[in-house]
Design a protein around this ligand. Structure first.
Ligand code: FES
Length: 180
């Protein structure tokens, strides 16, 4: 009487275990790659959150703005592009004035001539651009120089005690305000 042969069963079991290991490993790798792939491709669906038309930017409490004196504020927000998110990025600046009747106005600091930063000249009581000597009244109206128009007004909102500025950029070197 002959012994039952194990030579044919052992390789079959090994083969089965090997196949199961490969299948299990493949399944784990596939599951693990889902979040990675998701993070790689989801930014393609994300929209940029900066630029014209976005949510207004908080610039401070009402009490931080003295009446009748323009205050320069940085316009800061988080910026998200297709692949990255950076916190607290300065996207622009504005001269914000609180008026006696409680209303607020804001002027973009970008000179409408060629884009230099417009400063306040306290002694002369006006805004002045250091690049080509354009000058503007305290309400932003054009006074003199090569600038083709006055300073660009930005919309201001007051929510409770918080002052917010709607950030917009306009074309330089043209007489009218054309949003870019
Ligand atoms: S950039 Fe302001 S006057 Fe030219």
């Amino acid at each position: 009487m002959s012994e039952p042969s194990t030579a044919t069963t052992t390789p079959t079991r090994r083969g089965l275990l090997g196949a199961l290991t490969v299948l299990l490993g493949g399944a784990i790798a596939a599951l693990a790659s889902v979040p990675v792939l998701g993070s790689l491709f989801s930014p393609l669906r994300a929209q940029p959150r900066t630029g014209s038309g976005d949510a207004p930017i908080p610039v401070g409490n009402v009490s931080e703005f003295p009446v009748g004196v323009p205050r320069r504020v940085e316009l800061i927000r988080s910026v998200t592009d297709a692949w990255s998110r950076s916190e607290a990025t300065t996207v622009g600046a504005a001269w914000v004035t609180r008026h006696a009747d409680g209303s607020f106005t804001a002027l973009s600091t970008i000179c409408p001539h060629l884009g230099c930063g417009v400063n306040m000249d306290k002694q002369r009581g006006l805004f002045a651009c250091p690049c080509h000597t354009s000058a503007f009244a305290m309400d932003g109206k054009f006074l003199e120089g090569p600038a083709p128009r006055g300073m660009d007004p930005l919309r201001v909102e007051v929510r409770g005690k918080e002052v917010l500025v709607h950030y917009q950029r306009f074309k330089q070197g043209v007489p009218g305000m054309e949003e870019v």
